[in-house]
Design a protein around this ligand. Structure first.
Ligand code: GRF
Length: 217
């Protein structure tokens, strides 16, 4: 079967992009990255893509007089490579309803929390302030509201008493790099469907039991 085409949108260091680049290098991975777009010039993620021989382009939001014209340019650029799926990977611009609707169920995002908790920025600081025992990360289909939409995969990470936002972010990031390629694989294999705004995954392996934090004896 032909590999599905991805467009990946970034704004920065691109470690999640790297996890997708690495996954796509496996001969049996069912997707390939056709284009990487950044809204910021000069970011490290662009270098990662270039090093992997992937076409890149910059659509700099500061060069447009408003969100609508920026999003139109973004849409045209993405459409030109005819992707099956658009992956937001640390893309730091809010996308409006118009754009999101045009890519309905073909646009996914990674967020560093167990949604619907801790939408928005500074997730790890806020989680530590709240005292939750688990944090994590989520891959979801994008809907017009920020960090909202049907959840595809989540990974839970236990909080340790000595954690600070950086240690927590580092452990969550490790999981981000696992679940993004996994979500893309499941979608590219045609196993993911959205029904009544919930995601159903065909033949998924489901974990047993539960993790306790602190652990029971
Ligand atoms: C990640 O933590 C991602 O969850 C969030 O922004 C960060 C991007 O990191 N949306 P990177 O650019 O992929 O390294």
């Amino acid at each position: 079967m032909a590999r599905k085409k991805l467009a990946v949108l970034i704004s920065g260091r691109g470690s999640n992009l790297q996890s997708l680049i690495d996954a796509c290098q496996a001969p049996d991975f069912p997707a390939q990255i056709a284009l990487v777009i950044s809204n910021k010039p000069g970011v490290f993620g662009l270098e990662r893509a270039e090093k992997a021989g992937i076409p890149t382009t910059v659509v700099d939001h500061r060069e447009f007089d408003g969100r609508k014209s920026f999003e139109n340019a973004l849409h045209d650029m993405i459409s030109a490579c005819k992707p099956d799926l658009v992956c937001l990977a640390g893309f730091m611009r809010i996308l409006t309803d118009g754009f999101v609707t045009r890519w309905h169920n073909r646009l996914i995002n990674i967020h560093p929390s167990l949604l619907p908790s801790f939408k928005g920025l500074h997730t790890h600081e806020r989680a530590l302030e709240t005292g939750v025992r688990f944090v994590g990360c989520t891959i979801h289909f994008v809907r017009p509201a920020m960090d909202d939409g049907p959840i595809i995969i989540q990974a839970a990470v236990p909080v340790r008493p000595d954690d600070d936002p950086d240690t927590l972010a580092a452990r969550v990031l490790e999981q981000e790099h696992k679940i993004y390629p996994l979500a893309v694989r499941l979608i590219a294999e045609g196993r993911v469907r959205v029904s009544h705004e919930k995601v159903m995954i065909a033949d998924a392996e489901m974990p047993e039991g539960a993790i306790l934090n602190p652990s029971g004896s």
